[in-house]
Design a protein around this ligand. Sequence first.
Ligand SMILES: Cc1cc2nc3c(=O)[nH]c(=O)nc-3n(C[C@H](O)[C@H](O)[C@H](O)COP(=O)(O)O)c2cc1C
Length: 270
Amino acid sequence: MDPDDHHLFVSLGCATENLVLAASAIGLRARPSIDGDAITVGLEPGPVVKSTQFEAIPVRQRTRAKYHGRPEGGLALLERACAEPGVSAIFITDKTRIANVIDYVLQGNSVQMRDKAFMDELVSWMRFSEADAVTAMDGLFSRATGNLALPGWIARPLLRLFFTESGENQKYREHIESSAGIVILTADAADRAHWVAVGRSCQRFGLQVTALGLKYAFINQPVEVAALRTQFASYLGIGQRRPDIVMRFGAGPDLPKSLRRPPQKVIVTP
Ligand SMILES: Cc1cc2nc3c(=O)[nH]c(=O)nc-3n(C[C@H](O)[C@H](O)[C@H](O)COP(=O)(O)O)c2cc1C
């Protein structure tokens, strides 16, 4: 699903942004630099800044649910949160244009759900029961995606019955129609340094959404399916630039969090 490591480096950019915000909350100015596969974060003394985005780090999560209601204001703060050199954010709040994006998401979802390798990979990351989720401490926990938790041996054979292309497309349509808006991030160039910059912008967006008491979720199908990505870029009028990340936002319910491994399990000390 991520053949050129695009999402991988965007994700690393998200993690880098958390680090930068956390460093400044304890009086350290962080200067990330990218060299090949590695992101090095230099730290030097600086002012203590406990931003609202920093406070939102432990609360932020993506919420795959139907949203409700349009939030009052906040759009200017969201636009400011995305500001990152080399990255542009396109905000869409108009119903007709949202409907156009829905068409791209649904087309992308159909392509992905008909692709056996994609589906095998996706299912391998699904955690159907509390026990599976706690054992793995990773992946997509069904309750965190608004579904029932079931033992894996019951859920897996039933998956084809309740996880269908038409059902998922209908769900995506309802989810996006219930959202206040969509943001698309696009970088000036398609290289790792720019993908990390997209991740930093993406993470600040998620944190600012959270600080405003709102929710967000990824709808990346139009940028994950390569053939569709070119058409989506021309719809957006961004020329040769690659659309990198697509997210919807709005007021929404609290869902259970995805489980994640504790820091000591993922930090390697030399
Ligand atoms: C770069 C990036 C791309 C992602 N794309 C998608 C996506 O297309 N669809 C989706 O449902 N989740 C997507 N995710 C969300 C992850 O699945 C999600 O963050 C994770 O499972 C839950 O963790 P969280 O709630 O702490 O964010 C993406 C995450 C990142 C960082």
